[in-house]
Design a protein around this ligand. Structure first.
Ligand code: SAM
Ligand code: SF4
Length: 323
């Protein structure tokens, strides 16, 4: 079992397989041109897997693959199969913008993927294009349908932004309800890489909007999930709200993050990370395990997104850590 310096059990590893992306979301990586880490700095899937095996052997039972856009990385199904075959019971999930799903959903499912979180910020082509800075909506929607068709469990992530897609919160709720899939509204997390033009919505503002149409009841969090769930009285639909500004979920945070370059990150907000790259490249399993132990020992107690606007900016780039 993996226990951090604050006594929390860590059983969840998020692995970012690339920082590259085919979108340029305003809240994540709006600027072009853009310089990526050189490809030769990336760990191969076999190298990443060496670390993943250590983490699984020590108690990790939930893995999420993310990015950047993970579907841009070639042979992702090979990586998924490596993990799945090592421990078929592992809760293996992927977060994606959905654009490349129409052609890849079946392969991902066949490789052993169980669940998908798909980002969907708007149902209007022009708004989706404004946020992603690309004409994306039709492919994302058909990606969602394809994922459902091949039998993957799907959740939708939406980041509501003032004056951009806030008027669509109820529409996206309805879209997800009709397909019997969970939507989670994510508070915009301020970071120095995002566009300075955008303004996020606080969780309470998102709830106020939903309450204009529905009566909602608090349900709570499932295990260590950052998502707080609510049930709509009128139709029984359950949706989630991820509100890191409250950081009450840090109390039972169960996750660490690994980047494509091998940085092991204990908390999404902070810059601190240690590299396992040399250890896995030289097959020094004891050293990689020791770095894992050290990162856990030094995992911060909580993030620093708060209600004081001046203190909110994290330097962490979400496209590197996977959000
Ligand atoms: N490209 C994939 C996607 O968009 O789903 C995976 C990586 S993305 C960094 C993971 C999640 O982080 C997405 O749901 C995205 O909406 C969210 N995200 C990115 N930047 C964010 C920010 N500044 N605040 C809140 N959520 C953010
Ligand atoms: Fe790409 Fe996802 Fe970031 Fe949007 S949120 S720019 S899709 S990594």
């Amino acid at each position: 079992m993996l226990i951090d310096g604050h006594g929390r059990e860590v059983n969840y590893l998020r692995v970012s397989v690339t920082e590259r992306c085919n979108f340029r979301c305003q809240y994540c990586m709006p600027e072009t041109p853009f310089s990526w880490a050189p490809k030769e700095n990336l760990l191969s899937f076999d190298e990443l897997f060496k670390f993943i095996k250590i983490a699984i052997d020590q108690g990790v039972n939930k893995i999420r693959i993310t990015g950047g856009e993970p579907l841009l990385r070639e042979n992702l199904d090979y990586f998924i199969k490596l993990i799945h075959d090592y421990k078929p019971s592992i809760d293996l999930a992927l977060t994606t913008n959905g654009f490349l799903l129409p052609e890849s959903a079946q392969r991902l499912k066949d490789a052993g993927l169980k669940r998908l979180n798909i980002s969907l910020d708007s149902l209007k082509p022009a708004v989706a294009a404004q946020i992603a800075q690309k004409n994306v909506l039709a492919k994302v929607l058909s990606g969602i349908e394809k994922a459902l068709e091949v039998g993957l469990k799907v959740k939708i992530n939406m980041v509501p932004l003032k004056g951009i897609n806030d008027s669509e919160i109820l529409d996206i709720l309805e879209y997800a309800r009709q397909r019997d899939i969970r939507v989670r509204f994510i508070e915009y997390m301020e970071n120095s890489h995002a566009s300075s033009e955008i303004q996020g919505m606080h969780g309470r503002e998102i709830l106020e909007l939903v309450k204009k149409r529905y009566t909602i009841h608090k349900i709570g969090r499932q295990e260590s999930s950052p998502s707080f769930n609510y049930e709509i009285e009128e139709n029984g639909y359950i949706f989630g709200l991820i509100d890191p500004h409250k950081h009450d979920f840090c109390e039972d945070c169960n996750r660490i993050r690994l980047t494509a370059e091998g940085h092991l990150i204990p908390c999404l907000y902070f810059d601190e990370a240690q590299s396992i790259a040399e250890a896995v490249k030289s097959n020094d399993i004891d050293k990689a395990a020791a770095i894992l132990g050290n990162v856990l020992e030094n995992k911060p107690k909580e993030n620093r997104w708060g209600n004081d606007e001046d203190e909110n900016d994290s330097n962490r780039a979400f496209y590197q850590t996977g959000g």
